[in-house]
Design a binder for this molecule. Structure first.
Ligand code: PEP
Ligand code: MN
Length: 360
């Protein structure tokens, strides 16, 4: 993508003192529900009302959305509150209907971004639109696939573009529904600093209690906005019940979140420093997680050696590891001395782990 400078313009044009907030239910359920939620969000920091009209479900049999009918409810909510409206489109027919109902922001869902064929069809259907179009990351942690979708839309002369980070699927179940893999949106930001970036903490979390922390991390990383699933009766929502919060909770969250604004050079410096520090925190967290994983493997080796009654220290194997890591370290600009120190410490911790197992 060239000439991305103008991409931030649509966000700046909102003239907000705080990040852009998109809020509303996972799914539009009834007219009353849409209008009531919009009413509770009116005159808050939320500028845009979201609601899923067509729901992409991983497995059939779950609520698949009310369909085009719900677009009328969005229009009613817009008339009554003055909020902008946003919904997911997953094919050219959705695009056509959303445009006919004057939806202001259209987004591509994670299950759509994975398919270049469908993305291209949607990009063709949207050609030249002046609506805002947001692209959620694909379900799999693949930055080029995410970028590819954004580029297809950019090539279709869509100027008001943005990205939504909603986390990535993992086979292993973690504390998140979708792992944030913050390094991926950070990399996206580094490559396209002018592309507006919005965090969807709801689909990352999959549960209410960690939404605030995810929002704070996103703001510390300089995200431009948040998209938060909001329902007046979250427990009884027809989809994604566990992760929705009430408008009241959202309003309090917006009070409690620390929002950093760069107003002068000193503030700008602190802002950049904070962003870089948050990036360091993300990587440190990964380091610890990786070390933990490595020690678990070492434990398994310990078990194996115990059953075969083999010595813990295997010098030949250890020297091979060291040699390989020194070479890999060089290619990452890490000195031999540093790599040696780190790996000696890691090796010692592995031996301690294995000794514990031998003695148990
Ligand atoms: C949604 O926003 O409700 C949704 C289905 O999101 P995703 O595409 O991120 O799964
Ligand atoms: Mn949802």
């Amino acid at each position: 993508m060239k000439n991305t400078k103008e991409l931030k313009t649509w966000v700046n044009n909102f003239g907000l003192e705080h990040p852009l907030v998109i809020a509303g239910p996972c799914s539009a359920e009834t007219e009353d529900q849409v209008v009531k939620i919009a009413g509770e969000l009116k005159n808050t920091d939320a500028t845009v009302l979201r609601a899923g009209i067509w729901k992409p479900r991983t497995r059939p049999g779950n609520f698949e959305g009310v369909g085009a009918l719900g677009l009328k409810w969005m229009q009613t909510a817009k008339q009554e509150t003055g909020m902008l409206t946003a919904t997911e489109v997953a094919n050219p027919n959705h695009v056509d209907l959303a445009l006919k109902h004057d939806i202001d922001i259209l987004w591509l869902g994670a299950r759509t971004t994975v398919s270049p064929f469908i993305v291209q069809e949607i990009a063709d259907a949207l050609k030249g639109t002046d609506k805002i179009v947001l692209v959620k990351n694909p379900v799999n942690p693949d930055l080029p696939l995410w970028l590819g979708a954004i580029e297809r839309l950019h090539t279709s002369n869509i100027e008001k573009l943005g990205a939504i980070h909603r986390g990535f699927s993992t086979y292993e179940k973690t504390r998140y529904r979708n792992n944030p893999n913050w390094q991926i949106p950070i990399e996206l930001q580094n490559r396209f600093p002018d592309l507006p970036l919005i965090c969807d903490p709801s689909h990352i979390a999959g549960r209410r209690d960690i939404i605030f922390d995810i929002c704070q991390t996103a703001l510390d990383l300089n995200f431009d906005g948040l998209m938060v699933e909001t329902h007046y009766d979250p427990d009884n929502a027809w989809s994604d019940a566990k992760q929705q919060i009430t408008p009241k909770t959202l309003i309090q969250m917006m009070v409690d979140l620390k929002i950093r604004k760069a107003t002068d050079t000193e503030a700008e410096y602190r802002n950049s420093l904070n962003t870089l520090r948050t990036q360091i925190d993300v990587v440190d967290h990964q380091l610890i997680e990786m070390l933990g994983k490595r020690m678990k493997v070492a434990d398994s080796i310990g078990e194996l050696k115990k059953t075969k009654n083999v010595a813990i220290l295997q010098t030949k194997r250890w020297n091979e590891i060291l040699g390989k890591m020194i070479l890999e370290g060089e290619s990452q600009n890490l000195s031999e001395e540093f790599v040696l120190k780190i790996f000696k410490a890691i090796h010692q911790e592995s031996i301690n782990h294995q000794e514990k197992i031998m003695q148990s």
